[in-house]
Design a protein. Structure first.
Length: 566
């Protein structure tokens, strides 16, 4: 149940805070006063599509917030647990902000959520029916969803199993289509892959090779500098009268006097260690110099190899590793193309098995729909009698697709074409709903369907946005009574222009438009007392010029409504 609604800077509404109870709440007011804006706000809180156009002129953002008391917590326990939210207080707060840029921020119980999650909560909390649903009812492509929804968990289980098979077979069909490409295109692809594989194989690339030869190139290009510097260092240490000879002489001199003073032993050891260390390094330098050899031919070979690698990198990857990875990839593709016929045969066998399983599940789903459609038609027909459509009967026709040998005979919903047919007069044949129903009849048909689906909808708040379009007289009274009965154990909101519906209200809310001192338009919401309700219904009966007769008529409607509800 929607317990409280707050709207700030939304369309022409500056600020609105209103509380609600169970039962039937009726919204009335002049056209353009903002009745539907309140429903739009609830729809956005339930996950509807938002835009910057909803933000009140001059404001930076629109703010919407709703508090729901949830009677059946089991319906939300999985969602709340999944999001790590506390569900002990039996309340859910939905909040949404829409900025002037169109950006939308959604929260549930203070926690940021995506719009899709908000929609999952919204579809369980609110069921909105507006005039646009008349058009959906006229479109037979939507009729299958009514049958599936009425079938509940039984059809949902069959549909889920069918959907899994449908996705699997759709994937197989797509794979088969790849094998059915033009043979010339396939042959051209094989030639290209063979050329690319040969080009990469002939290069005999090795992982890490480029880094190694770049290092070798650097050494060769700096050969002369390294050779002269190393030779000079060696001669300074190991040549005639070089540093090593001087160090050996110093070591001998210190060694001869080390016993004369304990401190001299330390000097002797240090110099001696330096001598042996330098002697070892000098020997290593001599060996390195002896093996150094400048090879200009090797440098040319390295340049040629790098050019070859760079050429392949321009075609097949940014690094040698990427080229080798691409090589493995095209080898696999070539093997698949070469074994195309064998793979195609195996894929065809899998597709045949998949179609057989899909066909079996589709027939099971279709059989369940036929049984369900009969029960749904009976339930709707029972409601017609309460809506002054005593002679109206609805039939639900389910036609299976004639050809189930190919995947073309299936779609995501199965193999059924579902259509609602109706007759409104005795002796008249059943005809498609779109060809026979008037606007007023459509309103009553939709109300009958909503009544039937109340048990399936559960504890959601039901909102009727001008469902009474095209209805008057006896039919209007029948609709008013049906909406009232629907609200006996639920929360129902109804925007209406019918005085009969307004008289049935457990709570009557008047929506009025006003102009501020700075010529801004706003919307005012007022809960009517009994006298105020009489005046409002009188206005609805007679227009702006209320008369004593219209007031008496309004009082009679309210008194009659009270008796009916009792």
């Amino acid at each position: 149940m929607l317990a409280e609604l707050q709207i700030i800077n939304f369309a022409i509404i500056d600020k609105l805070n209103v509380s609600f109870n169970n039962g039937l709440t009726v919204f009335t007011g002049e056209t353009g006063a903002g009745k539907s804006i309140i429903i739009d706000a609830i729809a956005l809180l339930a996950g509807g599509r938002g835009s910057a156009e909803y933000v009140r002129h001059g404001a930076q953002k629109a703010e919407l917030e709703a508090l729901f008391d949830i009677e059946d917590q089991k319906a939300f326990s999985h969602l709340l647990d999944h999001m790590g939210m506390d569900r002990t207080d039996g309340q859910i707060i939905l909040r949404r902000e829409i900025s002037r840029t169109g950006k939308s921020v959604c929260r549930i119980n203070g926690k940021l959520v995506t719009l899709s999650i908000l929609q999952q909560f919204g579809e369980r909390l609110v069921d909105i029916h507006g005039q646009h649903e008349h058009q959906q009812l006229l479109d037979s492509s939507n009729h299958i969803s009514f049958v599936d929804q009425f079938g509940g968990s039984a059809i949902a289980k069959l549909k889920h199993a069918y959907s899994d098979d449908y996705k699997h077979v759709a994937k197989l069909v797509e794979e088969c289509s790849k094998y059915n490409r033009d043979e010339k295109e396939t042959a051209q692809r094989i030639d290209l892959l063979q050329y690319q594989i040969g080009e990469i194989e002939s290069a005999e690339l090795k992982s890490g090779e480029e880094d190694r030869i770049l290092e070798e190139k650097r050494k060769l290009m700096n050969f002369e500098k390294v050779f002269h510097a190393l030779k000079a260092g060696y001669q300074a240490l190991g040549g005639e009268n070089a540093g090593l000879d001087m160090l050996r002489l110093a070591s001998g001199s210190l060694d001869s006097i080390r016993d004369l003073d304990p401190e001299l032993a330390h000097f002797s050891d240090s110099v001696s260690n330096c001598y042996y260390l330098l002697e070892e390094q000098t020997s290593t330098m001599r060996a390195y110099l002896e093996q150094m050899e400048y090879n200009p031919e090797r440098l040319d070979a390295i340049e040629a190899r790098l050019n070859e690698i760079h050429f392949l990198k321009r075609k097949y990857g940014n690094t040698v590793e990427e080229i080798l990875s691409y090589y493995e990839q095209i080898k696999k593709e070539l093997n698949e193309l070469n074994s195309r016929d064998q793979n195609f045969d195996a894929l065809n066998e899998e597709l045949k098995a998949g179609l057989s399983s899909l066909r079996e599940k589709a027939v099971q789903l279709s059989t369940a729909r036929k049984k369900t459609s009969g029960k749904l038609a009976q339930a709707i027909n029972r409601e017609f009698k309460d809506l002054c459509m005593e002679h109206a009967l609805i039939e639900i026709h389910i036609q299976m697709n004639s050809s189930l040998e190919s995947f073309a005979g299936f779609d995501s919903n199965g193999i059924d074409q579902v259509s609602f047919y109706i007759t409104t007069n005795p002796g008249e044949p059943f005809k498609p709903l779109a060809k026979i129903a008037s606007g007023g009849e459509l309103s009553r048909i939709m109300l009958a369907i909503k009544t039937v689906f109340k048990k399936i909808i559960g504890s959601a708040t039901i909102i009727f946005d001008e469902i009474d379009t095209g209805v008057s007289g006896k039919a209007a009274q029948a609709m008013a009574e049906k909406i009232s009965s629907l609200a006996q154990n639920a929360q129902v909101f109804c925007i209406t222009h019918l005085p009969q519906v307004a008289a049935m209200a457990d709570r009557h809310v008047l929506i009025e438009k006003y102009t501020t001192k700075d010529n801004r338009t706003g919307t005012h919401v007022k809960t009517l007392s009994k006298p105020d309700q009489v005046r409002e219904i009188s206005r609805m009966i007679s227009g702006s010029q209320m008369t004593d007769l219209s007031r008496r008529h309004a009082k009679e409607l309210i008194q009659m409504a009270d008796k009916i509800k009792q």
